[in-house]
Design a protein around this ligand. Structure first.
Ligand code: PHE
Ligand code: ZN
Length: 883
C-alpha cells in the first residue's frame, strides 16, 4: 500500500541535479477536501550534467495535467516520480506547468499541506514539498517563488506565504486572494503557506542600518495574550545576531505562526516561521519558567536559521548538521549571552550538557548511532537527532574553542563571503573557519578534526595522574579511545580540546590551560608544586567525551568546594552522587529502603544548599541527583526498576537528612513578588520547587501532613504556573493522597488550555511508579476524553513520557509496558510515521536490559518489525534495533 522509495540513500552517491528550477509560480485554490495546485516553473538543463530525463518527486498527489511550453506532453509515472523524457533540446529555459490536487484534511502525517483547527499549514522540511506539487525536492535546487493563495474569505481571512505581499483582493463567491513574492531564492523545504482565522501581534522595528521591518506573530484569536514573550525573544534575537555576528534581518516582513498540530518544535521557513504552540505561547498563568526559556531559545534558533540554513543551505540532507549543529550552537550562545552573569551562563551550559549526556550519549552508543554527517539513511526524518543537533553544536563549539571567539566570528564572516546564496557542505564550513584562522590549531589539524563529522560514537578520555612528592612534579596521562559503532569497527584518534586546571587542597589554582589531545595517549607534566593537586579536567565540558578518571571522595569534595570552574564544580557533586548510586545498585541483597548515605556526602550537599555565595539555580542543579537514564548508561547491564528504587531511596535520604535545610531553602527562596522570568528569579523558583518536593517526600515517609498541606495551599495560591506546577508535582511525586485532589482542580482550572493539559497528562504518565500503578493509569489516560492520538503534543505527553521518561514504570517484569509500546507504535504509524518512529526509539537500549526484560523487549520490537505495512520511518528504527 505504501509507496515511495524504500531503499537506502548513500552520501557517496550525491550527484548535482540534472535540471535547475529558476522560478516557480504556485497558485493554490485552498479547500480542505480537495486543494488545487497549479505549479508553473521555469526549468533549464544543468549543462554540467549528462543529458537525462527530468524526474520530479511527488507523493500522494492526484495529477491532472502536464504542459511544456504550453503544450501537452507525454510523461511517465515511475513509483513516486513523474518522468519527462521529451523535453526541448538545448540549454534554454522552458516552461513546465503541472496541475495537481491533494487532500489537506486527510493529511495526518502533518507533512506537506494539512489542516489543523480549521486552518491550513504546511511543513516541507525535509521532503514535504513533494506532497504539495511535483518538484525537484532537494535542497540544492534553489528557486524564486511567487505564490497566489485563493480561499473562502470568511473561513480563511488571513492568507500568508513567504516574502512580501504584493497584491490582494476579492474574488467571486465570497472568496479572496493574496499574492506573495519571495525576494530570496530558496530550496523547496523552506516554502510555507498558512491560511485561517488568525490574529497578529505586530511590532515595527528599525535596524542598526536604518532599515524598517515589520514583525508579526500570528495565533488563534484567544491566544494573543500569550505572544509577548515570543515577540520580545524575536527582537532580542535580531539584535543579538547583528551585534555578535554582524548578520542583519534581510526581510521587510518577518512572520511567525503558531499551530497546535506540529511534528517538531518549529520550522524556519523563509520569512514565515511556523511554530508548535508549545514553543511559542506563554503567559505567567500557563507557562513555566522552562517554557519561557525554551521559547526564547527556539525563537532564536529559527531566526538564526535565516542566515545559517536559509541564506546558506545544505547541499544534501547528509549535511543537515551544517545548519542544525551551527544553529543550535548559535542559540546556545544567544541564551548564554542573554543570561548575563558567569554563573547564569554556567547554568545554561550545565543544562545543555545534561541533555547531551542523557539523550545523545545513549544514541551514540546504541543501534541508531550515526556520525554528525551520516553516510546513509533509509528515511531522512529519522536523522533529526540529538547527534545532528546537539553533538553537531558541540563540534562547532570545539572549533570556537580552538580559534577563539574572535577567530570564530572571523570564520563566520569568511563563510558568508564565500557561500552566501549557496547550498554547501560541512567541509565548506570547517574550511572557512580554518582558513580565517591560518595560525590556529584548527587549521593545523583540520583533517583530523573533521573526524568529528565522520566517526560516530562518544570518545572516552582516560585520565590518570601521578604525583612525585620528592620533585614536586605531577604528571597527567590522557588516553583516548572510541568504541565501535554500527558500520565503524575501528576509530582513529580525535582532536579533543581539554580545558584543565590543577586545584590545590586549599582551593588555590596552580595551573590552568587548554591542552589539545590528538594522539591516542599523551602525558603532561607540571613542576614546582608544593603539594599534590587535584586535576580539574574538561572544564566547561570542553569536548563531548566521557571522562574516565578515578577520583577519591576527598578529591571530589575538594572540587565541589573550590573548583573555579562552575561546570566541574557541579560535575564533582554529580560524580559523588553517581558513585553512591552505582555502589548501592551493585550491592546484591541490599534493599533500597535500607541504604544509608554517608555523612561526608550528606554534609557536602548541605554545604552546597546553604552556601552563602552560590546561586539558587546552581544549587538546584547540584542537589538534583543524576537522572535514572544517566545512571543506567554507566551500567553494562541495567535493571531499570532497581535504578529507580535506588535513586528514589537516595532522594528520600537527602530529604530526611537535610530536612531543616530544605525548609530554610523553601522559605528563603519562594517568590512572593511579581512574576519575573529573569535568571535569578527562575533559579529561586527552581530551588524552592526542589525543596518543596523533598519536604513532601520526607513528610509522606514520616506520616506528617504539614508540608503536603502547605504544598496544596501553595498550589492554590500560586500567582504563576511555575510555582503552581512545582507544588502540584511535589504532591504527585511524593505520592501523597492530596495529589488526587490537586490534579482534579488543576484539570478543572485549565481544561481550555491545551498546553497546560499536556502538562497534566505528562505529570501523571511520568510519575514515580508505586507497585506497578503507572501503566494502568496510562491506559486510563489514553481513554480520557481530552486525549487524542492525532495531536502530536498530546500523544507525546502521555505515551512518550511513559515509555521514554519513566523507566521505573515502563520496564515491567510482566512486559506489559513493552506490549503497550508496540501497540502504540503500530497505531501511530498508520497516521503519523514521524511521531511513531520517535516513540519507537524508546527501545534503543534494549540490549543492555537485564533478563527477562531483554528477551521481552526483543520480542516486542520483533512484533513491530513483523508488520507488513510499516513506514520507512519505523522500519528503519526497528530493523536497526534488531540488527
Ligand atoms: N528545521 C527545524 C529546526 O531545527 C526542525 C524541523 C525539521 C521541523 C523537520 C520540522 C520538520 O528548527
Ligand atoms: Zn534548526
Amino acid at each position: 500500500m505504501r509507496e515511495g522509495q524504500n531503499h537506502v540513500i548513500y552520501r557517496a552517491d550525491y550527484q548535482a541535479p540534472a535540471y535547475w528550477i529558476e522560478t516557480v509560480e504556485l497558485c493554490f485554490d485552498l479547500d480542505p477536501v480537495k486543494t488545487r495546485v497549479l505549479n508553473r516553473m521555469k526549468v533549464r538543463r544543468n549543462p554540467e550534467v549528462a543529458a537525462q530525463p527530468l524526474r520530479l518527486d511527488g507523493e500522494e498527489l492526484n495529477l491532472a495535467r502536464v504542459l511544456v511550453n504550453g503544450q501537452g506532453t507525454s510523461f511517465k509515472l515511475d513509483g513516486n516520480q513523474l518522468v519527462l523524457e521529451n523535453l526541448p533540446e538545448g540549454h534554454e529555459p522552458f516552461e513546465l506547468e503541472i496541475f495537481t490536487t491533494c487532500a489537506p484534511a486527510k493529511n495526518t502525517k502533518l507533512m506537506g499541506l494539512y489542516t489543523s483547527n480549521d486552518s491550513f499549514f504546511t511543513q516541507c522540511e525535509a521532503e514535504g514539498f513533494r506532497r504539495i506539487t511535483y518538484f525537484l525536492d532537494r535542497p540544492d535546487v534553489m528557486a524564486s517563488y511567487t505564490v497566489t493563495l485563493r480561499a473562502d474569505k470568511k473561513k480563511y481571512p488571513v492568507l500568508l506565504s513567504n516574502g512580501n505581499l504584493v497584491d490582494q483582493g476579492e474574488l467571486e463567491d465570497g472568496r479572496h486572494f493574496a499574492k506573495w513574492v519571495d525576494p530570496h531564492r530558496k530550496p523547496s523545504y523552506l516554502f510555507a503557506l498558512v491560511a485561517g482565522q488568525l490574529v497578529a501581534r505586530e511590532q515595527r522595528i528599525t535596524a542598526r542600518n536604518g532599515r524598517e521591518h515589520l514583525l508579526q506573530i500570528f495565533v488563534r484569536p484567544g491566544d494573543l495574550d500569550k505572544t509577548e514573550h515570543a515577540m520580545n525573544s524575536l527582537m532580542a534575537s535580531i539584535a543579538w545576531d547583528e551585534a555578535r555576528f554582524g548578520l542583519p534581518l534581510d526581510l521587510e516582513r518577518f512572520m511567525i505562526v503558531a499551530t497546535s498540530d506540529f511534528n517538531m518544535g518549529a520550522m524556519e521557513n523563509k520569512g514565515l516561521n511556523i511554530f508548535n504552540t508549545k514553543l511559542l505561547l506563554a503567559s505567567q498563568a500557563t507557562a513555566t519558567d522552562m517554557d519561557f526559556l525554551n521559547i526564547e531559545s527556539v525563537v532564536g534558533h529559527e531566526y538564526f536559521h535565516n542566515w545559517t540554513g536559509n541564506r546558506i543551505t545544505c547541499r544534501d540532507w547528509f549535511q543537515l548538521s551544517l545548519k542544525e549543529g551551527l544553529t543550535v550552537f548559535r542559540d546556545q550562545e544567544f541564551s548564554m549571552d542573554l543570561a548575563g552573569s558567569p554563573s547564569a551562563r554556567a547554568v545554561k551550559r550545565i543544562e545543555d550538557v545534561r541533555v547531551l549526556r542523557t539523550a545523545q550519549f545513549p544514541e551514540d552508543a546504541g543501534p541508531m548511532a550515526h556520525p554528525v554527517r551520516p553516510d546513509q539513511y533509509l528515511e531522512i526524518n529519522n536523522f533529526y537527532t540529538v547527534t545532528i543537533y546537539e553533538k553537531g553544536a558541540e563540534v562547532v563549539r570545539m572549533m570556537q574553542t580552538l580559534v577563539g571567539r574572535e577567530g570564530f566570528a572571523a570564520g563566520m564572516k569568511l563563510y558568508f563571503e564565500r557561500h552566501d546564496g549557496q547550498a554547501v557542505t560541512c567541509d565548506d564550513f570547517a574550511q572557512a573557519i580554518a582558513d580565517a584562522n591560518p595560525g590556529s590549531q584548527l587549521a593545523a589539524l583540520l583533517p583530523q578534526f573533521k573526524r568529528w563529522y565522520s566517526q560516530a560514537g562518544t570518545p572516552r578520555v582516560k585520565a590518570s595522574g601521578h604525583w612525585d612528592a620528592a620533585t614536586g612534579s605531577y604528571t597527567l596521562t590522557l588516553a583516548q579511545s572510541c568504541a565501535p559503532t554500527p558500520g565503524q569497527p575501528d576509530k582513529d584518534p580525535f582532536v579533543i580540546p581539554v580545558a584543565l586546571g590543577l586545584v590545590g587542597a586549599d582551593g588555590q589554582e596552580t595551573a590552568s590551560r587548554l591542552h589539545v589531545l590528538t594522539q591516542a595517549s599523551e602525558t603532561l607534566s607540571f613542576t614546582g608544586l608544593a603539594a599534590e593537586p587535584v586535576p580539574s579536567i574538561l572544564r566547561g565540558f570542553s569536548a563531548p567525551v566521557i571522562l574516565d578518571i578515578e577520583y577519591t571522595d576527598a578529591q571530589l569534595l575538594a572540587l565541589l568546594a573550590h573548583d573555579s570552574d562552575p561546570f566541574n564544580r557541579w560535575e564533582a557533586g554529580q560524580r559523588l552522587g553517581l558513585a553512591r548510586a552505582l555502589g548501592f545498585i551493585a550491592q546484591e541483597g541490599l534493599a533500597p529502603a535500607a541504604l544509608q548515605l554517608d555523612a561526608p556526602y550528606v554534609e557536602a550537599m548541605r554545604s552546597v544548599l546553604r552556601h552563602p555565595q552560590l546561586d539558587a539555580a546552581f544549587k538546584d542543579l547540584a542537589l538534583t541527583l543524576p537522572s535514572e537514564t544517566y545512571i543506567a548508561e554507566q551500567l553494562p547491564v541495567v535493571d531499570p526498576q532497581r535504578v529507580h528504587a535506588v535513586r528514589e531511596a537516595m532522594r528520600l535520604q537527602l530529604a530526611l537528612a537535610l530536612r531543616e535545610d530544605w525548609e530554610w531553602a523553601y522559605e528563603a527562596h519562594k517568590d512572593n513578588g511579581a512574576y519575573q522570568p529573569d535568571p535569578v528569579s527562575v533559579g529561586r523558583r527552581a530551588l524552592a520547587g526542589l525543596a518543596l518536593t523533598h519536604l513532601c517526600v520526607a513528610a509522606v515517609h514520616q506520616g506528617d501532613t504539614v508540608w503536603p498541606g502547605k504544598a496544596l495551599q501553595r498550589f492554590k495560591d500560586a500567582s504563576n504556573m511555575t510555582d503552581r506546577f512545582n507544588a502540584l508535582s511535589a504532591l504527585v511525586i511524593s505520592g501523597h493522597p492530596l495529589a488526587a485532589n490537586a490534579l482534579q482542580r488543576f484539570h478543572a482550572m485549565f481544561r481550555h488550555e491545551p498546553l497546560v493539559l499536556d502538562k497534566w497528562f505528562a505529570l501523571q504518565a511520568g510519575a514515580p511508579d508505586r507497585g506497578g500503578n503507572i501503566l494502568p493509569l496510562v491506559r486510563q489516560l489514553v481513554q480520557h476524553p481530552d486525549f487524542s492520538l492525532r495531536n502530536p503534543n498530546r500523544a507525546r505527553s502521555v505515551i512518550t513520557t511513559y515509555c521514554n521518561a519513566n523507566p521505573g514504570g515502563f520496564h515491567r517484569a510482566d512486559a506489559a509496558g513493552y506490549v503497550f509500546w508496540s501497540d502504540k507504535v503500530i497505531e501511530l504509524d498508520a497516521m503519523n510515521p514521524q511521531v511513531a518512529a520517535r516513540l519507537a526509539r524508546a527501545m534503543d537500549r534494549w540490549r543492555k536490559l537485564a533478563e527477562p526484560l531483554r528477551s521481552a523487549a526483543r520480542e516486542a520490537i520483533a512484533r513491530v518489525a513483523a508488520r507488513p505495512e510499516l513506514s520507512n520511518d519505523v522500519r528503519e528504527v526497528v530493523t536497526r534495533a534488531l540488527a
